[in-house]
Design a protein. Structure first.
Length: 438
């Protein structure tokens, strides 16, 4: 964000305009110039956007990370933030400082290339008692898992590993040699890994996998229930042993369908989250070349929602064939490529510090650096997306701490920010004239 914009957002009333100018024409001219300057600093709103009047700003928490891609907490009351670096390390922010020694370092086995790498970490609800956690990473050995029949012999990607690790007697240090692999999957191509694992409010582990990669879903994975690719999986994992199938998964016992599947028809679910108050599942799905998508799986709705890829891209037909006969769940929001090129799913704000933000779902675009929010309007509608800020950061992920406060990660800058509310006074003379004087 520009320093000029920071000045506008941080100004507080207290200096009357009459102390600056005595000529009313000079005052008017200055005011008009300032309004134009402010509009430039805020950036033009994208089509259909509402411009925030009580905007948010980014407050730097820590910097110096090497391609941070995810942030979360352990749920253990420690207040620590765990930051995942794509190369294979997890670092801890504690009391505002980054601990020098990584919590976990598995760079020796991570395939860090393109969209592949160490992509997320998940702590179970009982972590404080059990000391185990899970990570999603792409292994550097492309032959770790052999291609499945639906992969059509393609074996170019860095294979997916969901693994369990354990913390040592030192709560800030995990045992890198304690790895137990829970779930493995060949990656046909180098892109569309998905990469997020999250424990849901039901205690199950949810795993996001992209459609296998390349472009346009050449394997037809999104609409193929015989493969994990292009899906969100749901399994039960404990401190020991392998995983178990929740009996209420929608395809348990169904022929030609993988029983781990929870939802399907996704291209590359890049970040999803559960609303900690309602249990709703929010999903950001990266589009092909027309629309970026936000999907919603309401709490209490059975699994098995089909979000349409690759029959549809967002609201638009993409490749309608004889296979496209299923019932589809449309996105609750789309935006075109003129406004962004790679959606980053986010979170519903449920923290206690900024009451005006409560209930708003924040999401971003990695390429354009924009942060938006929406909020439910009525029983089933949604407000137009509101442009909260227009930055130069590559917003690769948002994060949430134990208290429900939200964070934003800049991939290229290696910076972690907290999203904080900053009120802009709507009275122009006292809000903006000091910027011109400066």
């Amino acid at each position: 964000m520009s320093e000029g914009l920071r000045c506008v957002l941080s100004w507080r009333p207290g200096l009357q305009s009459s102390t600056l100018f005595s000529d009313p024409w000079q005052l008017l001219a200055t005011f008009l110039l300032t309004v134009l300057t402010t509009a430039t600093l805020l950036g033009a709103s994208t089509a259909g956007d509402v411009q925030a009047t009580d905007a948010v700003v980014l407050q730097k928490v820590a910097a110096g990370f090497n391609q941070p891609v995810y942030l979360t907490h352990a749920g253990d009351g420690s207040g620590r933030l765990f930051v995942v670096e794509k190369a294979g390390r997890v670092k801890i922010i504690e009391a505002g400082s980054v601990r020098e020694e990584p919590f976990l370092d598995i760079t020796d086995r991570v395939g860090n290339s393109g969209e592949a790498g160490l992509l997320s970490i998940a702590f179970p609800p009982e972590y404080a008692d059990t000391g185990y956690f899970l990570v999603y990473y792409n292994h550097r050995d492309k032959n770790l898992v052999q291609p499945e029949a639906g992969d059509q012999g393609t074996n170019d990607g860095f294979d997916t590993v969901v693994a369990r690790f354990r913390v040592t007697a030192d709560p800030n240090l995990a045992d890198a040699e304690s790895e137990e692999r829970i779930l493995l999957r060949n990656q046909p191509y180098t892109n569309h890994n998905g990469g997020l694992i999250v424990f849901g409010p039901d205690g199950a582990l949810y795993i996001g996998l992209g459609d296998g990669g390349s472009s346009g879903d050449p394997l037809g994975a999104g609409q193929d229930l015989s493969t994990w690719l292009g899906k969100i999986l749901r399994i039960q994992v404990g401190p020991t042993g392998t995983y178990h199938l929740p009996p209420d998964n929608p395809f348990v016992g169904q022929d030609n369908a993988q029983p781990e599947i929870w939802d399907w028809g996704l291209r590359n679910p890049w970040r999803f989250s559960f609303d900690r108050q309602t249990g709703d599942l929010w999903i950001g799905d990266v589009g092909q070349n027309q629309q970026e998508e936000i999907h919603l799986h309401p709490a209490g709705e059975p699994g098995g929602l089909n979000f349409g890829w690759n029959c549809y891209e967002g609201e638009l037909p993409y490749r309608l064939t004889e296979r496209c006969t299923a019932s589809y769940q449309p996105p609750i929001l789309v935006y075109p490529r003129e406004e962004g090129r790679s959606v980053t799913g986010g979170y519903v704000y449920r923290g206690s510090r900024f009451s005006r933000l409560s209930g708003r779902y924040f999401f971003a675009d990695y390429v354009q650096g924009r942060l938006w929010s929406i909020q439910q309007s009525g029983d089933s509608g949604w407000t137009p997306k509101r442009l909260e800020l227009d930055s130069t950061e590559g917003i690769v992920s948002l994060g949430e701490d134990e208290a429900g406060e939200l964070y934003l990660l800049g991939l290229g800058s290696g910076t972690v920010y907290q999203i904080v509310e900053q009120i802009v006074d709507v009275e122009p003379y006292t809000s903006y004239l000091p910027l011109v004087r400066r």
